[in-house]
Design a protein around this ligand. Structure first.
Ligand code: PLP
Length: 453
Protein backbone atom coordinates (compact mmCIF):
# COMPACT_ATOMS: atom_id res chain seq x y z
CA UNK A 1 0.00 0.00 0.00
CA UNK A 2 1.24 3.44 -0.90
CA UNK A 3 -0.03 6.58 0.71
CA UNK A 4 0.65 10.27 0.78
CA UNK A 5 -1.25 10.57 4.05
CA UNK A 6 0.31 10.26 7.48
CA UNK A 7 0.06 6.63 8.60
CA UNK A 8 -2.38 6.19 11.49
CA UNK A 9 -0.76 6.77 14.90
CA UNK A 10 2.50 8.13 13.45
CA UNK A 11 1.84 11.36 15.27
CA UNK A 12 4.61 13.51 13.84
CA UNK A 13 4.92 12.00 10.39
CA UNK A 14 5.64 14.78 7.92
CA UNK A 15 2.99 15.48 5.35
CA UNK A 16 5.03 15.42 2.16
CA UNK A 17 4.31 16.31 -1.42
CA UNK A 18 5.42 12.90 -2.55
CA UNK A 19 4.30 9.37 -2.00
CA UNK A 20 6.30 6.86 -0.03
CA UNK A 21 5.44 3.19 -0.16
CA UNK A 22 5.54 0.92 2.86
CA UNK A 23 8.81 -1.02 2.85
CA UNK A 24 8.82 -4.73 3.60
CA UNK A 25 12.57 -5.38 3.63
CA UNK A 26 15.96 -4.33 2.31
CA UNK A 27 18.56 -6.31 0.35
CA UNK A 28 21.91 -4.79 -0.57
CA UNK A 29 21.25 -1.48 -2.32
CA UNK A 30 17.55 -2.31 -2.72
CA UNK A 31 14.44 -1.58 -0.68
CA UNK A 32 11.53 -3.86 -1.42
CA UNK A 33 7.99 -2.57 -1.03
CA UNK A 34 5.21 -4.70 0.37
CA UNK A 35 3.81 -5.01 -3.15
CA UNK A 36 7.13 -6.57 -4.21
CA UNK A 37 8.34 -3.50 -6.11
CA UNK A 38 12.12 -3.02 -5.90
CA UNK A 39 13.64 0.42 -5.33
CA UNK A 40 17.30 1.37 -5.52
CA UNK A 41 18.03 3.11 -2.24
CA UNK A 42 19.66 6.07 -3.98
CA UNK A 43 20.27 7.96 -0.74
CA UNK A 44 20.89 5.21 1.87
CA UNK A 45 17.99 6.64 3.90
CA UNK A 46 19.82 9.91 4.49
CA UNK A 47 23.42 8.88 3.75
CA UNK A 48 23.17 6.25 6.50
CA UNK A 49 22.94 2.68 5.12
CA UNK A 50 26.52 2.75 3.80
CA UNK A 51 27.04 -1.02 3.52
CA UNK A 52 23.51 -1.65 2.31
CA UNK A 53 20.58 -3.53 3.76
CA UNK A 54 20.19 -7.03 5.16
CA UNK A 55 23.86 -7.69 5.94
CA UNK A 56 23.98 -11.20 7.43
CA UNK A 57 27.32 -10.71 9.20
CA UNK A 58 25.90 -7.74 11.08
CA UNK A 59 22.73 -9.68 11.91
CA UNK A 60 24.74 -12.59 13.36
CA UNK A 61 27.06 -10.29 15.27
CA UNK A 62 24.11 -8.36 16.73
CA UNK A 63 22.39 -11.58 17.84
CA UNK A 64 25.53 -12.80 19.62
CA UNK A 65 26.08 -9.46 21.30
CA UNK A 66 22.49 -9.16 22.48
CA UNK A 67 22.64 -12.68 23.93
CA UNK A 68 25.85 -11.75 25.77
CA UNK A 69 24.97 -8.36 27.23
CA UNK A 70 22.14 -5.83 27.04
CA UNK A 71 23.45 -2.60 28.50
CA UNK A 72 26.10 -1.14 30.75
CA UNK A 73 26.36 2.47 31.81
CA UNK A 74 29.47 4.15 30.45
CA UNK A 75 30.11 6.06 33.67
CA UNK A 76 30.80 2.83 35.56
CA UNK A 77 31.71 0.05 33.14
CA UNK A 78 33.40 -0.63 29.88
CA UNK A 79 32.83 -3.43 27.35
CA UNK A 80 35.27 -4.74 24.72
CA UNK A 81 32.98 -3.59 21.92
CA UNK A 82 33.09 0.02 23.20
CA UNK A 83 36.89 0.00 23.41
CA UNK A 84 37.36 -1.61 19.98
CA UNK A 85 34.97 0.85 18.39
CA UNK A 86 36.75 3.87 19.92
CA UNK A 87 40.10 2.55 18.69
CA UNK A 88 38.72 1.98 15.19
CA UNK A 89 37.11 5.44 14.98
CA UNK A 90 40.41 7.06 16.01
CA UNK A 91 42.21 5.09 13.28
CA UNK A 92 39.73 6.56 10.75
CA UNK A 93 40.15 10.17 11.92
CA UNK A 94 42.89 12.60 10.89
CA UNK A 95 46.04 12.25 13.01
CA UNK A 96 45.85 13.89 16.42
CA UNK A 97 42.17 13.22 17.08
CA UNK A 98 42.31 10.42 19.57
CA UNK A 99 39.65 10.67 22.27
CA UNK A 100 36.11 9.49 21.51
CA UNK A 101 32.94 10.54 23.30
CA UNK A 102 30.01 8.33 22.27
CA UNK A 103 26.44 9.51 21.77
CA UNK A 104 23.39 8.21 19.90
CA UNK A 105 23.19 10.40 16.80
CA UNK A 106 24.28 13.47 14.89
CA UNK A 107 22.50 16.20 16.86
CA UNK A 108 23.82 14.80 20.15
CA UNK A 109 27.29 14.70 18.61
CA UNK A 110 27.26 18.37 17.56
CA UNK A 111 25.80 19.37 20.95
CA UNK A 112 28.59 17.41 22.61
CA UNK A 113 31.25 19.14 20.50
CA UNK A 114 29.79 22.53 21.38
CA UNK A 115 29.86 21.77 25.13
CA UNK A 116 33.33 20.26 24.86
CA UNK A 117 34.62 23.47 23.26
CA UNK A 118 33.01 25.63 25.93
CA UNK A 119 34.24 23.53 28.83
CA UNK A 120 37.73 23.45 27.29
CA UNK A 121 38.03 27.24 27.66
CA UNK A 122 36.52 27.29 31.16
CA UNK A 123 38.99 24.63 32.32
CA UNK A 124 41.90 26.37 30.62
CA UNK A 125 41.13 30.00 31.50
CA UNK A 126 38.92 29.64 34.57
CA UNK A 127 35.34 30.81 35.02
CA UNK A 128 36.32 34.23 33.71
CA UNK A 129 36.33 32.78 30.19
CA UNK A 130 33.76 34.44 27.98
CA UNK A 131 34.49 32.18 25.01
CA UNK A 132 31.13 30.56 24.34
CA UNK A 133 29.81 31.56 20.91
CA UNK A 134 30.13 29.13 18.00
CA UNK A 135 30.46 30.58 14.51
CA UNK A 136 28.66 28.55 11.85
CA UNK A 137 27.32 29.08 8.34
CA UNK A 138 24.17 29.84 6.41
CA UNK A 139 23.03 26.90 4.28
CA UNK A 140 24.25 24.39 6.82
CA UNK A 141 22.58 21.76 8.98
CA UNK A 142 24.02 20.64 12.33
CA UNK A 143 21.04 19.05 14.05
CA UNK A 144 17.53 19.32 15.40
CA UNK A 145 18.01 20.08 19.11
CA UNK A 146 17.78 23.76 20.05
CA UNK A 147 21.54 23.99 20.65
CA UNK A 148 22.54 22.38 17.36
CA UNK A 149 19.76 24.31 15.61
CA UNK A 150 21.37 27.53 16.84
CA UNK A 151 24.39 26.55 14.75
CA UNK A 152 22.23 25.45 11.81
CA UNK A 153 21.98 27.98 9.00
CA UNK A 154 19.01 26.63 7.05
CA UNK A 155 16.35 29.26 7.61
CA UNK A 156 13.37 26.99 7.06
CA UNK A 157 14.49 24.71 9.87
CA UNK A 158 15.04 27.60 12.30
CA UNK A 159 12.49 30.31 11.80
CA UNK A 160 9.52 28.69 13.56
CA UNK A 161 11.70 28.38 16.71
CA UNK A 162 12.87 31.99 16.74
CA UNK A 163 14.02 33.18 19.18
CA UNK A 164 16.38 30.25 19.48
CA UNK A 165 18.11 29.68 22.82
CA UNK A 166 20.88 31.78 21.38
CA UNK A 167 21.55 33.09 17.92
CA UNK A 168 25.08 32.15 16.95
CA UNK A 169 27.01 34.23 14.40
CA UNK A 170 26.79 33.00 10.80
CA UNK A 171 29.03 33.43 7.79
CA UNK A 172 28.52 32.43 4.13
CA UNK A 173 28.74 28.83 3.04
CA UNK A 174 31.22 27.68 0.37
CA UNK A 175 28.17 27.17 -1.86
CA UNK A 176 29.95 28.04 -5.08
CA UNK A 177 26.91 27.72 -7.37
CA UNK A 178 25.10 30.48 -5.47
CA UNK A 179 28.06 32.30 -3.97
CA UNK A 180 27.28 35.88 -2.90
CA UNK A 181 30.53 37.39 -4.26
CA UNK A 182 30.11 36.60 -7.96
CA UNK A 183 33.22 34.42 -7.72
CA UNK A 184 34.00 32.58 -10.95
CA UNK A 185 36.15 29.77 -9.58
CA UNK A 186 35.78 27.39 -6.68
CA UNK A 187 39.16 28.55 -5.41
CA UNK A 188 37.96 32.15 -5.31
CA UNK A 189 34.77 31.13 -3.46
CA UNK A 190 36.86 29.10 -1.02
CA UNK A 191 39.14 32.03 -0.23
CA UNK A 192 36.35 34.58 0.10
CA UNK A 193 34.28 32.24 2.29
CA UNK A 194 37.25 31.65 4.62
CA UNK A 195 37.98 35.37 4.84
CA UNK A 196 34.48 35.93 6.22
CA UNK A 197 35.47 33.84 9.23
CA UNK A 198 38.19 36.29 10.20
CA UNK A 199 35.88 39.28 9.72
CA UNK A 200 33.17 37.66 11.85
CA UNK A 201 35.63 36.81 14.63
CA UNK A 202 36.82 40.41 14.68
CA UNK A 203 33.23 41.66 14.77
CA UNK A 204 32.37 39.61 17.87
CA UNK A 205 35.81 39.69 19.50
CA UNK A 206 37.81 36.47 19.69
CA UNK A 207 37.41 36.51 23.49
CA UNK A 208 33.75 35.66 22.93
CA UNK A 209 34.20 32.82 20.43
CA UNK A 210 34.78 29.20 21.44
CA UNK A 211 34.65 27.46 18.06
CA UNK A 212 33.91 27.48 14.37
CA UNK A 213 31.89 24.58 12.94
CA UNK A 214 31.83 23.43 9.30
CA UNK A 215 30.83 20.44 7.24
CA UNK A 216 33.60 19.24 4.88
CA UNK A 217 31.04 18.51 2.16
CA UNK A 218 27.59 20.03 2.68
CA UNK A 219 24.75 17.59 3.33
CA UNK A 220 21.09 18.48 3.20
CA UNK A 221 21.38 22.29 2.98
CA UNK A 222 23.28 22.50 -0.34
CA UNK A 223 24.12 18.86 -1.03
CA UNK A 224 27.54 18.01 -2.41
CA UNK A 225 28.94 21.56 -2.15
CA UNK A 226 32.57 21.55 -1.05
CA UNK A 227 35.47 23.98 -1.07
CA UNK A 228 39.05 23.62 -2.28
CA UNK A 229 41.79 22.63 0.15
CA UNK A 230 42.79 26.27 0.67
CA UNK A 231 39.53 26.89 2.58
CA UNK A 232 40.45 24.53 5.39
CA UNK A 233 44.10 25.69 5.36
CA UNK A 234 42.86 29.23 5.94
CA UNK A 235 40.32 28.13 8.56
CA UNK A 236 43.07 26.38 10.55
CA UNK A 237 45.31 29.41 10.33
CA UNK A 238 42.55 31.80 11.41
CA UNK A 239 41.44 29.54 14.29
CA UNK A 240 45.04 29.33 15.55
CA UNK A 241 45.56 33.08 15.20
CA UNK A 242 42.44 33.89 17.25
CA UNK A 243 42.62 30.94 19.67
CA UNK A 244 39.41 29.28 18.50
CA UNK A 245 38.62 25.56 18.18
CA UNK A 246 37.67 24.13 14.81
CA UNK A 247 34.87 21.54 14.78
CA UNK A 248 34.33 19.46 11.64
CA UNK A 249 30.80 18.08 11.27
CA UNK A 250 31.32 14.77 9.47
CA UNK A 251 27.91 13.42 10.49
CA UNK A 252 26.92 12.94 6.86
CA UNK A 253 30.21 13.14 4.95
CA UNK A 254 32.27 10.90 7.26
CA UNK A 255 32.42 7.11 7.61
CA UNK A 256 33.55 6.44 4.02
CA UNK A 257 30.72 8.29 2.26
CA UNK A 258 32.96 10.53 0.12
CA UNK A 259 35.57 7.95 -0.89
CA UNK A 260 37.88 8.63 2.08
CA UNK A 261 37.53 7.36 5.63
CA UNK A 262 36.70 10.92 6.70
CA UNK A 263 35.94 13.71 4.22
CA UNK A 264 38.45 15.91 6.09
CA UNK A 265 41.13 13.81 4.38
CA UNK A 266 40.23 15.24 0.94
CA UNK A 267 41.43 18.63 2.16
CA UNK A 268 44.07 17.55 4.66
CA UNK A 269 41.92 19.46 7.17
CA UNK A 270 43.07 19.53 10.79
CA UNK A 271 40.07 20.05 13.09
CA UNK A 272 40.27 19.96 16.91
CA UNK A 273 37.02 17.99 17.12
CA UNK A 274 35.26 15.78 14.56
CA UNK A 275 31.65 14.66 14.92
CA UNK A 276 30.34 11.51 13.24
CA UNK A 277 27.04 9.58 13.20
CA UNK A 278 24.76 8.33 10.38
CA UNK A 279 26.92 5.89 8.34
CA UNK A 280 29.05 4.99 11.37
CA UNK A 281 26.82 1.98 12.07
CA UNK A 282 25.32 1.96 8.57
CA UNK A 283 21.93 2.44 10.24
CA UNK A 284 21.84 -0.96 11.98
CA UNK A 285 21.68 0.81 15.35
CA UNK A 286 21.78 4.50 16.41
CA UNK A 287 25.22 5.86 17.31
CA UNK A 288 27.26 9.04 17.05
CA UNK A 289 30.55 10.33 18.44
CA UNK A 290 32.59 13.46 19.05
CA UNK A 291 36.32 12.83 18.68
CA UNK A 292 38.73 15.40 20.11
CA UNK A 293 42.45 16.15 20.27
CA UNK A 294 44.70 15.39 23.24
CA UNK A 295 44.85 19.13 23.95
CA UNK A 296 41.07 19.32 24.43
CA UNK A 297 40.89 16.00 26.30
CA UNK A 298 43.81 16.65 28.64
CA UNK A 299 42.74 20.22 29.42
CA UNK A 300 39.41 18.91 30.70
CA UNK A 301 40.28 15.44 31.97
CA UNK A 302 43.95 15.62 33.08
CA UNK A 303 44.92 19.21 33.83
CA UNK A 304 41.34 20.32 34.58
CA UNK A 305 38.45 19.07 36.69
CA UNK A 306 38.61 15.55 35.27
CA UNK A 307 34.90 15.65 34.64
CA UNK A 308 33.29 16.52 31.31
CA UNK A 309 29.93 17.81 32.58
CA UNK A 310 27.81 16.00 30.02
CA UNK A 311 26.29 12.58 29.40
CA UNK A 312 23.45 10.61 27.89
CA UNK A 313 22.09 7.29 29.14
CA UNK A 314 22.77 5.59 25.80
CA UNK A 315 26.27 7.04 25.39
CA UNK A 316 28.53 4.13 24.48
CA UNK A 317 25.71 1.64 24.03
CA UNK A 318 27.70 -1.62 23.77
CA UNK A 319 25.62 -3.08 20.94
CA UNK A 320 25.77 0.10 18.86
CA UNK A 321 29.53 0.33 19.40
CA UNK A 322 29.98 -3.33 18.47
CA UNK A 323 27.96 -2.91 15.29
CA UNK A 324 29.75 0.31 14.29
CA UNK A 325 33.09 -1.45 14.78
CA UNK A 326 31.91 -4.42 12.70
CA UNK A 327 30.67 -2.07 9.94
CA UNK A 328 34.08 -0.37 9.81
CA UNK A 329 35.83 -3.77 9.73
CA UNK A 330 33.66 -4.88 6.80
CA UNK A 331 34.25 -1.59 4.94
CA UNK A 332 38.02 -2.00 5.36
CA UNK A 333 38.11 -5.72 4.52
CA UNK A 334 35.92 -5.43 1.42
CA UNK A 335 37.48 -2.16 0.25
CA UNK A 336 34.18 -0.30 0.08
CA UNK A 337 35.83 3.10 0.44
CA UNK A 338 37.97 2.46 -2.62
CA UNK A 339 34.81 1.29 -4.40
CA UNK A 340 33.00 4.45 -3.30
CA UNK A 341 35.71 6.63 -4.87
CA UNK A 342 35.64 4.65 -8.15
CA UNK A 343 31.85 4.44 -8.47
CA UNK A 344 31.47 8.05 -7.32
CA UNK A 345 33.72 9.25 -10.15
CA UNK A 346 31.91 6.99 -12.60
CA UNK A 347 28.48 8.27 -11.53
CA UNK A 348 29.65 11.88 -11.58
CA UNK A 349 30.85 11.49 -15.19
CA UNK A 350 27.54 9.97 -16.26
CA UNK A 351 25.58 12.71 -14.50
CA UNK A 352 27.30 15.36 -16.66
CA UNK A 353 24.91 14.32 -19.45
CA UNK A 354 21.99 15.55 -17.37
CA UNK A 355 22.98 19.13 -18.19
CA UNK A 356 21.23 18.44 -21.50
CA UNK A 357 18.01 18.92 -19.54
CA UNK A 358 17.52 22.67 -19.03
CA UNK A 359 16.13 22.13 -15.52
CA UNK A 360 19.47 20.75 -14.28
CA UNK A 361 21.45 23.67 -12.88
CA UNK A 362 24.34 22.21 -10.93
CA UNK A 363 25.89 18.84 -10.12
CA UNK A 364 28.59 18.63 -7.44
CA UNK A 365 29.96 16.30 -4.83
CA UNK A 366 32.66 13.96 -3.61
CA UNK A 367 32.56 10.17 -3.77
CA UNK A 368 28.98 8.99 -3.41
CA UNK A 369 27.67 12.20 -1.87
CA UNK A 370 26.37 14.06 -4.90
CA UNK A 371 23.90 16.93 -5.15
CA UNK A 372 21.82 17.76 -8.22
CA UNK A 373 20.19 21.21 -8.17
CA UNK A 374 17.23 22.09 -10.38
CA UNK A 375 16.57 25.51 -11.89
CA UNK A 376 14.01 27.29 -14.02
CA UNK A 377 16.77 28.87 -16.07
CA UNK A 378 20.21 27.33 -16.54
CA UNK A 379 21.76 30.66 -17.60
CA UNK A 380 20.48 32.90 -14.80
CA UNK A 381 20.24 30.07 -12.21
CA UNK A 382 16.73 31.32 -11.36
CA UNK A 383 15.13 28.75 -9.06
CA UNK A 384 11.62 27.41 -9.51
CA UNK A 385 9.01 29.02 -7.31
CA UNK A 386 8.04 26.86 -4.36
CA UNK A 387 4.58 26.13 -5.78
CA UNK A 388 6.09 24.27 -8.75
CA UNK A 389 7.00 21.51 -6.29
CA UNK A 390 9.87 20.41 -8.52
CA UNK A 391 11.56 18.30 -5.88
CA UNK A 392 8.22 16.59 -5.20
CA UNK A 393 7.74 15.87 -8.90
CA UNK A 394 11.31 14.58 -9.30
CA UNK A 395 10.94 12.41 -6.21
CA UNK A 396 7.62 10.92 -7.29
CA UNK A 397 8.93 10.21 -10.79
CA UNK A 398 12.05 8.61 -9.32
CA UNK A 399 9.89 6.45 -7.04
CA UNK A 400 7.78 5.41 -9.99
CA UNK A 401 10.99 4.32 -11.76
CA UNK A 402 12.10 2.45 -8.63
CA UNK A 403 14.69 4.88 -7.26
CA UNK A 404 14.71 6.66 -3.88
CA UNK A 405 16.45 10.06 -3.91
CA UNK A 406 16.82 12.44 -0.92
CA UNK A 407 14.93 15.61 -1.81
CA UNK A 408 15.66 19.02 -0.33
CA UNK A 409 15.54 22.74 -0.84
CA UNK A 410 12.40 24.52 -1.98
CA UNK A 411 9.90 25.85 0.49
CA UNK A 412 10.53 23.61 3.46
CA UNK A 413 14.24 24.30 4.00
CA UNK A 414 14.12 27.88 2.79
CA UNK A 415 17.11 27.15 0.55
CA UNK A 416 16.87 28.71 -2.88
CA UNK A 417 16.66 25.98 -5.47
CA UNK A 418 15.21 22.48 -5.44
CA UNK A 419 17.77 19.73 -5.15
CA UNK A 420 18.23 16.04 -4.52
CA UNK A 421 21.05 14.21 -2.80
CA UNK A 422 22.33 10.99 -4.37
CA UNK A 423 24.08 8.82 -1.80
CA UNK A 424 23.55 5.11 -2.53
CA UNK A 425 25.27 2.44 -0.39
CA UNK A 426 29.03 2.66 -0.94
CA UNK A 427 29.26 -1.00 -1.99
CA UNK A 428 27.19 -0.29 -5.12
CA UNK A 429 28.51 -1.96 -8.28
CA UNK A 430 29.15 -0.35 -11.68
CA UNK A 431 26.10 -2.15 -13.14
CA UNK A 432 23.96 -0.84 -10.31
CA UNK A 433 25.27 2.70 -10.92
CA UNK A 434 24.22 2.32 -14.57
CA UNK A 435 20.76 1.28 -13.46
CA UNK A 436 20.50 4.12 -10.94
CA UNK A 437 21.46 6.62 -13.65
CA UNK A 438 18.96 5.16 -16.13
CA UNK A 439 16.11 5.54 -13.61
CA UNK A 440 17.16 9.05 -12.62
CA UNK A 441 17.40 10.21 -16.22
CA UNK A 442 13.92 8.88 -17.01
CA UNK A 443 12.53 10.70 -13.94
CA UNK A 444 14.19 13.98 -14.91
CA UNK A 445 12.99 13.66 -18.52
CA UNK A 446 9.44 13.05 -17.32
CA UNK A 447 9.58 15.97 -14.88
CA UNK A 448 10.89 18.29 -17.60
CA UNK A 449 7.96 17.31 -19.81
CA UNK A 450 5.48 17.81 -16.96
CA UNK A 451 6.87 21.28 -16.26
CA UNK A 452 6.62 22.24 -19.92
CA UNK A 453 3.14 20.81 -20.31
N1 PLP B 1 25.06 17.26 11.09
C1 PLP B 1 24.87 17.00 9.79
C2 PLP B 1 25.89 17.45 8.78
C3 PLP B 1 23.73 16.31 9.35
O1 PLP B 1 23.55 16.05 8.04
C4 PLP B 1 22.78 15.89 10.33
C5 PLP B 1 21.56 15.18 9.91
O2 PLP B 1 21.13 15.20 8.79
C6 PLP B 1 23.03 16.19 11.68
C7 PLP B 1 24.17 16.86 12.03
C8 PLP B 1 22.05 15.75 12.73
O3 PLP B 1 22.09 14.37 12.84
P1 PLP B 1 20.84 13.54 13.45
O4 PLP B 1 19.72 13.67 12.48
O5 PLP B 1 21.39 12.14 13.56
O6 PLP B 1 20.53 14.12 14.78
Amino acid sequence: MSSNKAPKNCVFYRNQNWIYPRIEKGEGIYLIGENGKKYIDGCSGSAVANIGHGNKEIAEFAKGHIERIAFTHLSRWTVDSIEKCAEKIVSWCPKGLNHVYFVSGGSEATETAMKMARQYYVERDGNKSSKWKIISKWNSYHGATLGSLSMTGTIGRRKIYDPLLTNFPKISQFYHYRNPWGARTLEETSILAAKELETEIQRHGSDNIAAFISEPVVGSAAPGSHPEKIYFDMVREICDKYDILFIMDEVMAGSGRTGKKMASNHFDAKPDIIVVAKGLSSGYTPIGAAVCSSEVFETIMVRGSGNFIHGHTYAGNPLSCGIANKVMEIIERDKFIENCAVQGNYLMKKLEDLYNYPIVGDIRGKGLMIGVEFVKDQETKEPFDVFSNVRGKITNNCLEEGLVPYPGGGSVDGVRGDHILLAPPINITKEEVDLLYEKLEKAIKKTSEELQG
